[in-house]
Design a binder for this molecule. Sequence first.
Ligand code: IPE
Ligand code: IPE
Ligand code: MG
Length: 242
Amino acid sequence: MNPRNEDLPRHVAIIMDGNGRWARSRGLPRYAGHRAGVDAVRRTVEAAGDAGIEFMTLYAFSADNWKRPREEISGIMRLLDRYLQSETQRLVEEGVRVTVVGRRDRLRPRTRGLIERTEEATRGGTRMRLRVAIDYSARETIIRAAKLAEGREVTHEEFAELMACAMHCEPDYPAIDLLIRTSGEMRLSDFFLWESAYAELYFTDTLWPDFEAKDLQAAIDEYARRERRFGEAHSPRLVSIR
Ligand code: IPE
Ligand code: IPE
Ligand code: MG
């Protein structure tokens, strides 16, 4: 096996934001923005695989998104169902293993069934892992994991495993290396607070439906220019010699 390229993030996560504004700027209903957002998901997953990204996490629907109008929520859920239905075969062919993280009890039985079907069908994928966050809240995940710990002292690794149990996560998912948020917003909106502890943050004004392979590449290039220190001192190569 080739040695890993340290400049390439192993785990890229994206807060896919700006669908509503994309639609509004075109005089279209918000649903049209979400529909265009699904095309951006397809493009991005393919581009990530081509770039050699091993793990990807996408924020599709937050626990707080239930506060949106019913009509918008059912539109998003319909698009999710359709994505799972129409993409599974292609994801299998591309070697992408899909899992869904988040609560499932508030989803429609139909959506739950499609999630299980996609997870099962793509289980053998080895080229890339894709984790989709649906009805996800990082704070809720942390609270549930803390309850599972029952007051025991646990290591970071053990706590990560408890969070995996609490929210249908995969226990072997590594921490987020590069976290991208589109649409110019600079906040985390309850997305993987624990796993982003040392993530490199990248914000772009591009609205999610306009996001393309070149935008992903720009974020990856920026990541390669960053120096990750994890609390250590500057690396000597970056100290300027005068
Ligand atoms: C992100 O786009 C998609 C979801 C949150 C489901 P938004 O719908 O939040 O788009 P804006 O932020 O209103 O533009
Ligand atoms: C976060 O975006 C959720 C997703 C992208 C799915 P929001 O648009 O819901 O976040 P806020 O409300 O602007 O913080
Ligand atoms: Mg938004």
